[in-house]
Design a protein around this ligand. Sequence first.
Ligand code: FAD
Length: 348
Amino acid sequence: MVVGGGIIGLTSAFRLAVAGHHVTVFDPSPAKGATWAAAGMIAPSGEIAPGEEANYELEKQALHAWREVSGLLEELTGESLVFGETGTLLVGWDASDRRQMAQFVEIAESFAAPMSTVTRNDSPEVFQGVSSRIASGVLMAGDAWMDPDQAVRLLLAGLNSLGAEIVNEQVVEVGSRDGEAIVATEAREYRGELGLIATGASGLPRGATSERHSVRPIRGATVRVQGLDRSAQPSIRAFVRGRAFYMVSRPGGYCILGASADERADAVLEVGELQRLLRDGLDVIPELETAKVLETRIGLRPASPTLEPFFERLSLSGWAWSSGHYRHGVTLAPLAARSALEFVENDS
Ligand SMILES: Cc1cc2nc3c(=O)[nH]c(=O)nc-3n(C[C@H](O)[C@H](O)[C@H](O)COP(=O)(O)OP(=O)(O)OC[C@H]3O[C@@H](n4cnc5c(N)ncnc54)[C@H](O)[C@@H]3O)c2cc1C
């Protein structure tokens, strides 16, 4: 039984179902949590942050792990996941942002991330749509993107074809009785051999506790626009007036602009926050001027105190907790799924 049908729960459930286990996923609204807001970057280099070496090492394995999942999905659904392996272009808006960028590059160098300087003169195509005031940047190879909406659609289709059940109910309590894992919703009680909690920033449901881990929500918003196809070029990451901005472009001109990061748990997008995101985007990529705004999405990233993900066998017999994926949950989902499979195959 998997409680939570975000990218972590669904990818784990899928791996378990492929391995022949009977799986039930509980979620009142699957993939409408942080997964809904995610841009879909698989960007080990672009996501480098001081002290996050462990995350970097994990993320370097992610694209290969996703390709494996994609192969399994293709066998079941006839459709494979789309990956864009275009790298990341890192730029700074003003002199102070370029200093911030230089600091980032120093940290990335200490991680031995693959990087090279790129100039507008030598590679004008890389600067497609980018403000003419930005003459150079740093190209980070190996970074990629995927489409979380497509991944969720295919994972649900794959689960369906493997006979897995999706129960659209909120879990109010989990437990353990007579060697079985118990899930209680408002409507009824379910029993299974083992249980996995993958509830993202919501943390543990009643009945389960952990002395080793905790998560807190870090809220973020992305804006979806249509009108600039930069999908053949690297995703853009920019420092703008001290803030971080990114744009991922998919074929056909669908672009995701992101992202704010605040220690709050509400799902309200404020005017000022939206204005800053769009202003930063327009400054760095003036060609967005005529792009059509499609929608905004907000999600709560599940962050652990160390900012590292965890997979914990809980003291509640038969239960494990997979969370803390913070800014990297889409990237790391197939690795979390491996831990889920290991848990079930070793404990069942
Ligand atoms: C703005 C933004 C941009 C991001 N961009 C990227 C990116 O480019 N690349 C990347 O790798 N990551 C990105 N992330 C991070 C990524 O989205 C998260 O790390 C990931 O979605 C976490 O997945 P999850 O399944 O743990 O949580 P969620 O996606 O939040 O899913 C948890 C699910 O559990 C369900 N749930 C909760 N409580 C219960 C309960 N009691 N009973 C039943 N169901 C329950 C919820 O309904 C939800 O569907 C981004 C996040 C945000 C917010």
